[in-house]
Design a protein around this ligand. Sequence first.
Ligand SMILES: [Cu+2]
Length: 106
Amino acid sequence: MRKLALFTSVILAGLSVGAFAATEVIHQQGRVFSLEAATVKKGQALTFLNDDTVPHNIMSASKGNEFNLGSQPPGTSTDVSFKEAGDVQVICAIHPRMKMMVKVTD
Ligand SMILES: [Cu+2]
């Protein structure tokens, strides 16, 4: 019975990945981003998931792609779409060591 439940959840996970194939998830566990760098196409989104035990405040001041998610409690996620091509430095305003680069392509 347990095996069947596991099998079913794998299928459901596969379906949801298929439905949102364009959105990559950036985790924030242990006060680090799960990727140091990511590449998206202009207009595409990344999902910033706070699966840590503390709040994070993800933001960017890079020209054309400025955003500030404010305080993001553990267990929540927010999609950010990138509007301009170029390199975007994404940081956490609370934890200065949390940094990643997003390359936005045309
Ligand atoms: Cu943080």
